[in-house]
Design a protein around this ligand. Structure first.
Ligand code: RNT
Ligand code: ZN
Length: 431
């Protein structure tokens, strides 16, 4: 006769301490046909390109700094901004030590190792970025690049490559040509192509009388910039729908760059902060990839008029990572982050944004895509919706903790203490 204890129903969940949280999660996912070990391996293969400009409020290292312009703004005065190239590298190395797996750094042309003498933007050379290349090699990370067409006397009236003045256009064309060569030099030196992404601020506050001519001038400028065939760089173009001071008209709009990039075999960059608030950026990915071999993403967080808040794990981000992973598009979508927030610890901003993106990618990698598609293919939208909702409660946190453990970085709730110590020891000493 069985004892009353053994007649008790076996608990569905193993008792606390009986198994590690990861193995419990592993079993929950396996029951849905998802291999969490494979998800951990796949996540480690997805590099994120971190924006150098989050470390110093988009100031750069040109000796004559102009205030940030071009309709973008880093608001806040949190202490500890990196003031020199050495400080920025130190902060980046520290941030990278808190982000699991290997990543990339996205540099702007204004962040060269220029020394005390001003180097005009139309005279920058790969040599000004040699120390970045050496640094990246030491860390074993890749570099991406961007020409800088803002915060400059020749960019103050809102137009650069589409400016009516030929001389101004020529200046910026030369800058962009040189930037492509720098991106190519980085890519060749680091044995993996660098993305050289072009964003320009051109646009106007009020309705222009002529929307056509600036776009024609921009197309012509771009053709000059891309005339040279280069190995080592992938060119990319970043549209925007509106900005501060370009509320009524942006020359490089979505349609402009979409058509330009497609016809010239360039990459298109989707910045998730650049579209109307109800526009679904995630939904653009599979449409564009019917025709583009690759895309670049600037993951960002738009709030009202700002397009560059720190990335967080919100529905928008989850929808984007889900589209990439569920369709196995990770080798065709390059992921960069784009934020500049001067109101919080800037090192923490990198870490929060990168880890949020990795968590969102992991959630996508743990999705029971096959089961969802089966429901869909069987004409069962009810079952699909039920499962889509229920997977939100699956224990992805334990898998994320395992990822941090494998990559020897502090788990959630622990990395922030390290940042606080760094703040006290390093950042607080910067006046
Ligand atoms: C601006 C664009 C652009 C910049 C960086 C600094 O709206 O998003 O990518 O954020 O070039
Ligand atoms: Zn961007």
């Amino acid at each position: 006769m069985p004892s009353p204890a053994s007649r008790k129903k076996k608990p569905f969940f193993p008792r606390e301490g009986a198994q590690s949280p990861y193995s419990v999660a592993q079993q929950r996912y396996a029951a849905l046909g998802v291999d969490s070990d494979a998800a951990l391996l796949a996540l480690a293969q997805i590099p994120l390109s971190l924006p150098c400009w989050q470390g110093d409020d988009v100031q750069g290292f040109e000796p004559s700094k102009l205030p940030l312009s071009g309709g973008i703004a880093a608001t806040g005065s949190y202490p500890g901004r990196a003031r020199t190239l050495q400080e920025l590298r130190q902060d980046l190395e520290f941030a990278l030590s808190l982000i699991p797996a290997k990543h990339r750094l996205n540099l702007h042309a204004s962040y060269g190792d220029f020394g005390p003498t001003a180097v005009p933007r139309d005279a920058i050379e790969p040599e000004h970025f040699q120390s970045w290349i050496t640094w990246a090699k030491t860390l074993g990370i890749g570099l991406d690049f961007n020409p800088t067409l803002f915060s400059h006397p020749k960019a103050v009236d809102g137009f650069t490559l589409s400016h009516p003045s030929k001389a101004i256009r020529k200046f910026w064309i030369e800058h962009a040509i040189r930037s492509r060569r720098i991106g190519a030099a980085m890519g060749r030196a680091l044995h993996a192509p660098s993305v050289t992404n072009l964003w320009i601020p051109d646009g106007s506050k009020d309705s222009p009388a002529d929307r056509l001519a600036p776009r024609k001038r921009l197309a012509d400028s771009l053709d000059e910039i891309f005339a040279e065939n280069l190995r080592g760089t992938l060119d990319s173009l970043e549209p925007k729908l509106f900005g501060i001071g370009s509320e009524s008209y942006v020359v490089g709009s979505h349609e402009f760059y979409l058509a330009y990039a497609l016809s010239r075999k360039k990459l298109l960059c989707l910045d998730s902060g650049h579209y109307h608030p109800t526009e679904n950026v995630a939904d653009k990915i599979t449409s564009l990839l019917q025709f583009f071999p690759q895309l670049l993403l600037h993951l960002s967080r738009g709030i009202r008029w700002d397009s560059d808040h720190v990335v967080i794990q919100n529905d928008e981000l989850l929808a984007i990572t889900r589209e990439i992973i569920a369709n196995r598009l990770q080798s065709r979508v390059r992921i960069g982050l784009d934020s500049f927030d001067a109101s919080i610890n800037r090192v923490a901003a990198w870490v929060i944004g990168a880890r949020a993106t990795q968590r969102a990618l992991l959630i996508a990698l743990l999705e029971p895509t096959q089961a969802l598609r089966e429901a869909e293919n069987q004409g069962d939208p009810t079952g699909r919706l039920a499962l889509q909702e229920e997977i939100k409660a699956l224990p992805f946190g334990a898998v994320w903790e395992r990822f941090c453990e494998i990559h020897q970085v502090p788990p959630d709730h622990q990395w922030i203490a390290k940042v606080r110590r760094y703040e006290a020891d390093v950042l607080a000493r910067r006046s």
